[in-house]
Design a protein around this ligand. Structure first.
Ligand code: HEM
Length: 441
């Protein structure tokens, strides 16, 4: 496979042991800077592993689709993720992954989604009313509580308010452990606290399963308990516990991030805000929202795509290399890690005109910049392992946006830092402090 003309990608491994982990975790421009220095493929050492960053649509297609059998998801995620999130979909490969994705699918498609709309609308309206009374608030943590409540009610069927605050606190502890640089197992370390929080969450999920065995219901947990494949195979109780934990994790951190940047971008671009509000008025929405009504919000679709492009909640995906390969003339050995870079792919000026500019109309039918190059817009991943919760996230984000656009006006408060921070999920550093007024008053 390797011949003398093929060298390893350019780059540097940084310091002994820690490599460039600190820069990767805490400098949100680290990957961009490397790309400027070394180009779209470069090597480094992060999270204790030799890693190759690959950026751009061609690299995305190579990793996500055309050469996906050269890579393993399970081997790609850092060890902290593997231990905390256990054997759930993120960490599975091959037949095991295929079987489980198929068994989880019914909870994220078709009629199941239609059943979620009313609950989402009720919870979002409740938070909106609370915020309008508060007037001044920091939106990121508030939205996080809201998306967590939606995820826990729809994924676990917990009654609203009941335990949501406590579960959300356990979840924050769990998430903090995912990025702990030194995974020391002690009750006082971030990592130790994350493992304890994971155990408490798994116990809680198990109690919910116990209650549901005789009457599963129509939420995601109910569907997971009932779904069988063509051979009558179904997920075991242990499997459901781990998959539900993963879905709670995957299902609210990312959505929180995108919604926060949506609110920020709309306030910063009054012309886009005006068009989005006009669309809501033209639709003359009355009564409860439905999937049909959400589908008609086509300008909102473009705005959400532009938020996905400029502020992707996940900066990139990791894979373990299980077969050595050559890409753009560089050799990448087996056992290394590759990371396809979502954020830098979205900044490619060969694909997106003025990529730094917030311009939802780049996704209009006439321009459709993302359709000219496959795998250029990958905020939700791509290929056979495209985000399982894409449709769930889209309806949640559209219901939120529709209610906020129809009922609220907001201003970003001065003296705050809106630079995006990456950990635990992409958010404006000051959390987006706003003054909210009810425009319907
Ligand atoms: C704005 C919201 C969301 C964003 C930006 C997002 C992004 C992503 C991305 C980038 C991937 C692929 C990662 C990779 O290739 O390494 C992914 C996979 C996944 N997402 Fe999402 N996600 C969102 C919402 C959700 C929701 C709401 C759920 C579930 C409730 C979910 C569940 C999953 C699962 C289970 C996978 C793994 C799929 C597989 O391996 O087959 N996501 N997501």
């Amino acid at each position: 496979m390797k011949d003398t003309s093929q060298s390893l990608p350019p780059g540097s491994f940084g310091l002994p042991i820690v490599g460039e982990t600190i820069q990767f975790l805490f400098d949100s421009e680290y990957v961009d800077k490397r790309e400027k220095q070394y180009g779209s493929i470069s090597k480094t050492n992060i999270l204790g592993r030799k890693t190759v960053f690959m950026s751009g649509a061609e690299a995305n297609k190579f990793i996500l689709s055309s050469h996906m059998d050269y890579f393993s998801w399970g081997k790609g995620w850092p060890d902290n993720f593997k231990e905390i999130l256990g054997r759930s979909l993120f960490l599975q490969d091959g037949e095991e992954h295929k079987r489980n994705r198929k068994l989880l699918m019914p909870a994220f498609h078709g009629q199941a989604l239609a059943n979620y709309v009313t609950t989402m609308e009720e919870i979002i309206s409740k938070y909106l009313q609370k915020w309008v009374v508060k007037k001044k608030l920091t939106w990121f943590p508030e939205i996080k509580q809201m998306t967590f409540e939606i995820a826990s009610v729809l994924l676990l069927g917990s009654p609203p308010e009941d335990k949501t605050k406590l579960l959300s606190q356990w979840f924050t502890e769990l998430t903090n452990g995912l990025f702990a640089i030194f995974p020391i197992r002690a009750s006082w370390t971030k990592y130790g606290k994350a493992l304890a929080a994971r155990d408490r969450l798994l116990k809680y999920i198990d109690e919910q399963i116990e209650k549901r065995l005789s009457n599963p219901g129509k939420d995601a947990l109910g569907l997971m308990l009932q779904t069988t494949d063509e051979d009558g195979d179904r997920l075991s109780r242990e499997e459901i516990k781990l998959q539900a934990l993963l879905l709670l994790f995957a299902g609210h951190e990312t959505t929180t991030s995108m919604l926060t940047f949506l609110c920020m971008a709309l306030a910063q671009h009054p012309e886009v805000l005006a068009k989005a509000k006009a669309e809501q008025q033209e639709l003359a929405l009355e009564g409860d929202l439905s999937l049909e009504k959400l589908k008609q919000m086509t300008y909102l679709d473009r705005v959400l795509k532009e938020v996905e492009r400029l502020y992707p909640p996940i900066g990139g995906g990791f894979r373990g290399v299980i077969k050595p390969f050559v890409f753009k003339g560089y050799y990448v050995p087996e056992g290394w890690i590759v990371s396809y870079r979502i954020n830098s792919s979205h900044q490619d000026s060969n694909v997106f005109t003025n990529p730094k500019q917030f311009d939802p109309d780049r996704f209009s039918d006439e321009r459709a910049e993302h359709k000219k190059t496959e795998y250029s817009l990958v905020g939700f991943g791509g290929g056979p392992r495209f985000c399982l919760g894409y449709a769930f996230a889209q309806i949640e984000m559209k219901i939120f946006a529709s209610l906020v656009l129809r009922n609220c006006a907001w201003e970003i408060l001065p003296n705050q830092n809106l630079t995006p921070d990456r950990i635990p999920s992409l958010h404006p550093r000051s959390g987006l402090k706003v003054k909210l007024v009810n425009s319907n008053c």
